[in-house]
Design a protein around this ligand. Structure first.
Ligand code: SF4
Length: 279
């Protein structure tokens, strides 16, 4: 199997780096076998020192591949799995090993994000299992749609789920992402039944997701779960705009502005009014 990584592209980087075609030399059969075994992952990059992707200071693995098509996605280069770098499991584990002491000292851990990490759930589970063995806290940052791929036993390797909730109204969710939101709600309820902590992430986009009645619906759903420890309202920004342009993709939000402080505070207040800790 082809497992060599491109020597010119470092594994460490930022999710705002544009990365394309790094895994395109891996053949179809080898991609299938990687997905089945979890011994090879397609990774956009690893970031160290993140303070915004879970508790403490963390290392974040950004995986390639996503089945959503969010209109406000800031990493459209992660939609295609073969844009990611083929990284053998052993190399991903080494990466965590390198930082394990620092992560423990800074009460952080490993977050696997994307793209959508559950597109490569076997790789994710193997990396999480290795992290747990090292005593490193694990967080899955997911859109939740493929939660059904995780068994109850698999959930034990995950300490925290950062769950992206984008809209409650089904038509709005389809408009923003291209897909239905029922599987996400089922996964959230399963996590609640398993008493697995969730941190909700909600991207606030003026003109799109800033209808406060809809924010209240999301807040009511999240509060009803009983396992949501925290909500982060993430103000939309344009740092991903250049990726849409470079990839020649139609970006509907090219003129959208970040939300004002007042609108962000208003959304936070709606989550707090539902009894949630929101920031
Ligand atoms: S789920 Fe995340 S990575 Fe996938 S399209 Fe939406 S914003 Fe982008």
């Amino acid at each position: 199997m082809e497992t060599a990584t491109n020597p010119e592209v470092p594994l460490e980087g930022s999710p705002y780096d544009l990365r394309v075609s790094l895994g395109e030399k891996v053949s179809e059969p080898n991609i299938r076998s990687a997905l089945e075994s979890g011994d090879l992952g397609f990774v956009h990059s690893f970031t160290t020192g993140s303070a915004v992707d879970g508790p403490g200071v963390r290392i974040v693995a950004w995986l390639a591949g996503c089945q959503f098509r969010c209109v406000y996605c800031h990493n459209p280069d992660t939609w295609k799995m073969t844009n990611g770098m083929p990284v053998p499991l052993s190399r991903a584990v080494e990466q965590i090993q390198k930082y394990r002491h620092g992560l423990q000292t800074m009460k952080g851990g490993l977050t696997i994000s994307g793209g959508e990490p559950l597109m490569q759930h076997r790789f994710v589970l193997k990396v999480f299992a290795a992290a747990k063995k090292m005593g490193v806290h694990t967080a899955l940052d997911s859109n939740g749609y493929l939660g059904v791929r995780l068994s109850d036993a698999d959930l034990t390797a995950i300490d925290l789920v950062l769950l992206d909730l984008k809209a409650m109204t089904p038509d709005l969710h389809r408009r923003y992402t291209g897909v239905d939101n029922q599987p996400i709600h089922q996964f959230a309820r399963r996590l609640a039944a398993a008493r697995k902590p969730i941190w909700v992430r909600f991207v606030l986009v003026p003109g799109w997701t800033d209808d406060m009645a809809e924010v209240e619906r999301i807040a009511a759903f999240a509060a009803g779960l009983g396992n949501v420890e925290r909500v982060d309202v993430l103000p939309f920004h344009q740092m991903g705009r250049f990726k849409w342009e470079k990839l020649g993709m139609d970006y509907q939000l090219k003129d959208a502005k970040p939300p004002s402080r007042e609108t962000t505070d208003e959304a936070i207040a709606r989550f707090r009014a539902a009894g949630l800790q929101a920031f």
